[in-house]
Design a protein around this ligand. Structure first.
Ligand code: AVI
Length: 330
């Protein structure tokens, strides 16, 4: 398998810190303090997210796995060209460990489809692990891994001639705010031609208690995932967040469909960032908004797709109607 790196693979620590410190100063300088959930995913955060996916309360991953297992033949048939000899690229944004995707890869290989799998991920380590497991489990698969963030992945897609099927699974789409989601989908749709396909995972609105519980598990793994952001600022920016005075808080608003996660300061406190010579004051019970996880309905999915110039071709769901993998076309 070949690897393309569209980002500097190992950015020197001072550059990472500069990027992060700029973001932190901007986000914590706002009236309503906020940090991007993008910064959850350092090595420790990625490890904690793997643990979240196995939690009893966190239904999305296992539900999507069951859904893909259930509809694999139909989904594969819609992703691949009708002409069995025509080659296509199967691009996956945020491929991670590829566990769910292997269901489709197996199905496509078994049906004799001619394709190259192009998993794109920000984590080189995740892609190395994925390549190794694909070599062992699916040796006939053509693989070309790409280390890139979403923006670079979109540029890659636009520059790659040939027929494409793009996977964006796992309800990652839910982590965008509506305006950002719209821009992202528009950019994703823009280079697609009439024959190309897009499969996007959307978590569906359901019993609000079940949704909230998925983001506030009893073992505290989601809390640890949220706190890891503060640990990261302590590690990388020399901050002195005292985790004894912070809480994890999550709410779900069924009207907007947004789960929002916060870090709550339980007392008035000042946090110093020694590495960058900066400090910020928090009032008692002041919040840092750290994540959005939007949940959708069939109607909101159709609106989101239409606004980006995409048509809903097929909505695949699980038996409980918890999750949808939606096949879209330009
Ligand atoms: C990565 N993303 C789809 C997860 C979600 O459900 O929004 C991240 C997550 N945050 C807390 N738990 C899981």
């Amino acid at each position: 398998s070949a690897t393309t790196s569209l980002t500097t693979p190992a950015a020197p620590p001072e550059f990472v810190a500069t990027d992060l410190s700029r973001h932190v100063q901007e986000g914590l300088g706002r009236q309503f303090k906020a940090l991007s959930s993008m910064y959850f995913y350092d090595d420790e955060g990625s490890r904690l997210f793997q643990q979240i996916m196995a939690l009893p309360e966190y239904y999305p991953t296992r539900t999507e796995f069951a859904l893909l297992t259930r509809h694999q033949a139909a989904i594969a048939a819609e992703l691949r060209p009708q002409n069995p000899d025509e080659h296509f690229f199967l691009l996956e944004l945020g491929a991670g460990d590829g566990l769910k995707t292997k269901i489709l890869l197996r199905q496509l290989l078994d049906s004799g489809a001619q394709f190259t799998y192009v998993p794109v991920d920000i984590s080189a380590a995740a892609l190395d692990g994925l390549s190794a497991s694909l070599r062992a489990e699916l040796p006939a698969l053509r693989v070309e891994t790409v280390v890139a963030d979403y923006a670079d992945a979109l540029r890659l897609m636009a520059s790659r001639p040939g027929r494409k099927a793009v996977l964006f699974l796992g309800s990652n789409i839910g982590n965008f705010l509506p305006d950002d989601r719209h821009r992202f989908l528009q950019n994703l749709a823009q280079p697609l031609t009439a024959d190309d396909r897009l499969l996007v995972g959307f978590d569906l609105q359901k019993d609000p208690r079940r949704i909230r519980a998925a983001y506030d598990d009893t073992q505290g793994v989601t809390a640890a995932f949220n706190f890891n952001l503060l640990h990261r600022l302590n590690r990388e920016l020399g901050a002195d967040f005292d985790l004894d005075h912070w809480q994890h808080y999550t709410d779900y608003d069924p009207l907007s469909g947004a789960v929002r996660s916060f870090l709550v300061s339980t007392r008035a406190q000042t946090v110093r960032f020694t590495a960058v010579g900066w400090e910020v004051a928090f009032a008692a019970w002041e919040m840092i908004h750290t994540e959005n996880s939007y949940k959708f309905t069939r109607a909101s999915i159709a609106e989101v797709a239409q606004a980006a110039g995409l048509r809903v071709q097929h909505v695949f769901t699980d038996e409980q109607d918890f999750f949808a993998d939606v096949l879209l076309r330009p």
